[in-house]
Design a protein around this ligand. Structure first.
Ligand SMILES: [Fe+2]
Ligand SMILES: [Fe+2]
Length: 398
């Protein structure tokens, strides 16, 4: 399938440069170029595009304004900012509307990777339902208590990366958003950063402050959501699942990076659930009623009522934001790791098992022998079923 990509930049030389470097991709990419935002918008009226890649500083209408318009009119389009490093402060204006940031001059491979990865999950999901759901998601809900805590910490004189990072890692939405920023190639980090603490160190407290205090990315959970779902419990469940996934990764001798990523995938695995419930309260009420009446798992009911599951929605957004592939896959396949195309026991398996173990621990702490609901085909395939007792016992050791 050919991708349609629109580049916008007020400097003709930059557009020409892009055209030249990307010529070898013309079999896969259909590319168009516009020298200002108005021309870009006209173009979008006439043709449909998968991706828009825009400069930030442009006369009349800048990149932030352009992407906001595109977000309103064409919510499914992948929106990328391609900008110079001096624009760091302006970039914060696009945190709500851009999916990714690339820095100028941009390496060809970084650009190809960003586009390919951002398009990948979209292709595999039910477009209509996803479009409906994604366009309805506006803000990232966060827990009122944590919101108050992070505000106080950021405003205090002794705020440190450690103290701020620790609060962020207790919040599903803030963790997702800060990792989106730090992993965007715009900030030029040498490798993927997967802990909120590292992210705060690298971005600096000021950027984090701007992100959390002055942009309306985050909003407290709506009252209706709080009455619909045991939000605090789900938070605990997510944070615990992250801790368990990391523990298992260590027991399985995975690398430090893999076990850090396992923790993040665990924390983020039910992000989609929080987003769906908060942004679609009416539909989600139906989902919950359907679960009760038919005794089916939540993701089955979501598929029936909304056409997508929380695993798909969460993974889709995280993928779009450029989080590491294995984190995105761990979230996407946490209910059924054998559906993943990745071979080997990896984050999909870890998050899957950690999620179930967490539920079992909640229901019968210390009292379960058999892990029900587990994807046995998957665990057998990688010879891991026999490891479950060991994993379980490691949780009980203080
Ligand atoms: Fe889930
Ligand atoms: Fe879960």
């Amino acid at each position: 399938m050919k991708r349609h990509i629109l580049f916008v930049d007020d400097e003709p030389n930059i557009l020409k440069g892009l055209q030249r470097t990307l010529r070898s991709l013309r079999e896969q990419w259909e590319m168009a170029f516009a020298e200002d935002a108005a021309t870009a918008l006209e173009r979008l009226e006439k043709e449909s595009f998968d991706v828009i890649i825009s400069d930030m500083r442009m006369p009349l209408m800048d990149g932030a304004q352009l992407l906001r318009k595109v977000q309103e009119k064409y919510p499914m389009m992948v929106r990328i900012i391609l900008s110079g490093h001096s624009d760091q402060e302006m970039i914060m204006k696009t945190v709500k509307s851009a999916h990714q940031y690339l820095s100028k001059p941009c390496e060809k491979q970084a650009l190809i990777d960003a586009v390919t990865r951002a398009c990948y999950l979209r292709d595999t999901l039910n477009k209509k339902s996803l479009q409906y759901v994604i366009s309805g998601i506006d803000t990232m809900p966060i827990l009122p208590a944590l919101y108050t805590r992070i505000m106080a910490e950021l405003n205090s004189k002794d705020a440190s990366a450690a103290s701020v990072g620790a609060i962020i890692s207790m919040d599903v939405g803030m963790t997702a958003k800060i990792l989106q920023l730090v992993n965007s190639s715009f900030f030029g980090m040498p490798r993927h950063v997967s802990t909120p603490m590292e992210a705060v160190v690298l971005l600096g407290i000021d950027v984090v402050k701007t992100l959390i205090l002055s942009i309306e990315v985050f909003a407290k959970f709506r009252e209706t959501t709080m009455s619909l779902l045991p939000v605090s419990k789900i938070y605990d469940h997510c944070v615990q699942t992250g801790a368990i996934a990391k523990k298992i990764a260590i027991l399985e001798n995975m690398t430090k990076e893999e076990s850090d990523n396992a923790m993040i995938a665990g924390i983020l695995h039910d992000l989609g659930r929080l987003l769906l419930a908060d942004n679609f309260p009416d539909e989600y009420r139906e989902v919950m009623a359907y679960v009760k009446e038919n005794q089916v798992p939540v993701h089955g009911a979501e598929l029936k009522i909304l056409g997508v599951t929380h695993a798909q929605v969460g993974a889709y957004l995280l993928g779009l934001w450029g989080l590491p592939d294995n984190i995105v896959e761990g979230v996407a396949f946490h209910h059924s790791p054998s559906a993943s195309i990745v071979k080997g026991f990896d984050l999909c398996g870890l998050v899957h098992v950690a999620n179930l173990m967490e539920h079992h621990e909640q229901m019968m702490s210390g009292g379960w022998d058999k892990l029900t609901g587990v994807d046995t085909d998957y665990l057998d395939q990688y010879d891991r079923t026999k490891r479950i007792p060991l994993w379980r016992d490691s949780l009980r050791m203080k």
